[in-house]
Design a protein around this ligand. Structure first.
Ligand code: SF4
Ligand code: SF4
Length: 203
């Protein structure tokens, strides 16, 4: 495995980038809801539903890390709301920090890395996985540089395994939701989607 260097210098680039969507799994939503003690209307207020402007092919969908959900307005990513400057709603420019650091989404925990299963073995925990810099990370994260310390591979690989597991669970939940919508069993409102995931507990 290639040796990777990184140390966060808390510049805030990843939290303030206008073109970055902080996508959420249902587990992220449950964690933030519980941690901030939010009711359903307050959860709606911190979410953004980013609708795809063009229809997606099956190949497009396969390439996506987070599965898009069916909504009343078409397929969408669920993410954290953006502030008026285009950054994350939870980033405080004054304090220069994340206001929900301990509850932050998986997307933020893993930045600037991404993970991929190299070899499927029996039992997910034994899968071999690879870790690499994301394109966004290479683009604007100053924590990636030749002077930065080598990463603690064991820590990051474990985080990667947990992340891939969360994504798999999330995929199953979204596919079930999308099928229910397509069969006309459910009207895909934001609140109905949230009520559906509120009934789930962490696997
Ligand atoms: S862009 Fe990189 S260095 Fe800056 S806050 Fe994000 S992770 Fe840290
Ligand atoms: S949730 Fe926190 S860490 Fe994640 S983008 Fe927003 S401010 Fe940054």
């Amino acid at each position: 495995m290639k040796k990777l260097r990184f140390a966060c210098i808390r510049c805030g680039n990843c939290c303030t980038d206008k073109n970055t969507l902080v996508t959420l799994t249902y587990l992220d939503i449950l964690r933030i809801k519980k941690g901030l003690d939010l009711d359903i209307d307050e959860v709606v207020d911190i979410l953004g539903f980013f609708i795809f402007e063009k229809s997606l092919t099956n190949e497009d969908k396969k390439r996506m890390i987070i599965t898009p959900i069916e909504t009343e307005q078409g397929l969408a990513f669920v993410g954290l709301l953006k502030n008026s400057l285009g950054g994350c709603y939870f980033y405080s420019s004054e304090k220069k920090k994340c206001l929900i650091y301990n509850l932050r989404p998986m997307f933020c925990r893993t930045f600037p890395f991404s993970f991929k299963v190299l070899e499927e073995k029996k039992g997910e925990t034994n899968n071999l996985i690879n870790i690499f810099y994301t394109e966004k990370g290479k683009q604007y994260c100053p924590g990636i540089n030749n002077e930065a310390p080598l990463i603690d591979t064991k820590y990051w690989i474990q985080l990667g395994k947990n992340t891939l597991n969360d994504l798999k669970n999330n995929h199953e939940v979204i596919i079930k939701w999308n099928e229910s919508v397509k069969k006309g069993k459910v009207i895909p409102t934001v609140k109905k989607f949230l009520l559906t995931i509120f009934e789930l507990t962490e696997k």
